[in-house]
Design a protein around this ligand. Sequence first.
Ligand SMILES: *Cc1c(COP(=O)(O)O)cnc(C)c1O
Length: 423
Amino acid sequence: MGTSIPQGSFVQHIVWGSLELHHYLDALAVVRATAPDQPAILNRPHAAARAARFFVEKFPGRTLYAVKANPSPNLIRLLWDAGVTHYDVASIGETRLVRRLLPEATLCFMHPVKAPAAIVEAYRDHGVRTFSLDSIEELDKIRAATTEANGGVEPTDLILCVRLRVSSEFSELSLASKFGCDLADARDLLQAARQLADSLGICFHVGSQAMTPFAYVTALEKVRAAIVDAAVTVDIIDVGGGFPSIYPGMEPPPLEDFFALIDRTYESLPVSYSAELWCEPGRALSAEYNSIIVRVERRRGNELYINDGAYGALFDAAHVGWRFPVQVLRSAPTAAETAAFSFYGPTCDDMDHMAGPFELPADIAAGDYIEIGMLGAYGAAMKTAFNGFEANEVYQVADEPMASLYRGVHRDPRVSDNVVSLR
Ligand SMILES: *Cc1c(COP(=O)(O)O)cnc(C)c1O
């Protein structure tokens, strides 16, 4: 049997990390063996390790894992084992978590608005030297907090990354309005940060699930303008996250195309001869790590009431209409005919609704199990305990994720448009 564990906090994720998970071939084997009453999370370590090795080997610079996409300790450890040495943390909770798991990892605190006490603890207790910022106020805060953490002496070992606001027009999820310094203000901020920093970087985020490499080219041209205008020496260019995964209706070009265009544009920037190129993928490293098994508890027309939803692993399916790949889990083959379904989650809230459409066998009924794929990024990590629907089981499976950006070959291409076709 699997292990029932409440979800929704780092502490509980740490509990996960210490568990010996039961191994199965695939989702159907889990259903046959356990007929789970609660949603089951499936881990695919081989898929996450493959993604990590891909970035480590092919990205033309350094890869930082953006921990918020999925802070599962098992995942963080396996990324380390696959060669990812740097981690983008955004809170003191993430900082403590990764430091506890990986004493030798380099942690970069890349949230541009931090609590002073978080900066002090990160610098003093966890060896964090890299901080991002997008305002003079944050620069002053970092100066004061790290001076305090350094025993009253202003530190000389800071790596400061100025976050530039760039367009999210090429991405599915915008990150353009909350953070980032406008180009017009970048000169003053870069010059002021240069005074305090041992190494100065410029970072940005093009938005999540960027569907074309030109998102990065456009952003890097803005970086070029900022460097020229400020006339400062820049040591790090950090192109952030946004690298896509693959979902029904969202098939991005190969990641090699992203890397090639980023490399070419970066090489033409006026940066110091020893400058470094960084990236901070979250989604691209974690999406293939998890799927979930849900059970249909009721059918009403073409609406299926399932036991996970908007307050569970399906936040993006509910709130941004994301269509995840689905397949029914039955021992006997199903009649080929399919129909379009929407999902309701288990809570009593009307907003716990996933419009889909999700293509499933037309005869699907209460008691059927469904696997929902590609939930490793911002899926498993988002579960809450709302309405008492917090428990789930966790298993390890050995089969391939429903789609992959890292597999050169096709597997079992299905007719349904639930499943993305692979090059
Ligand atoms: C969320 C985030 C990331 C990861 O973004 P993905 O789109 O998941 O790759 C990277 N850097 C920062 C600063 C972030 O906030």
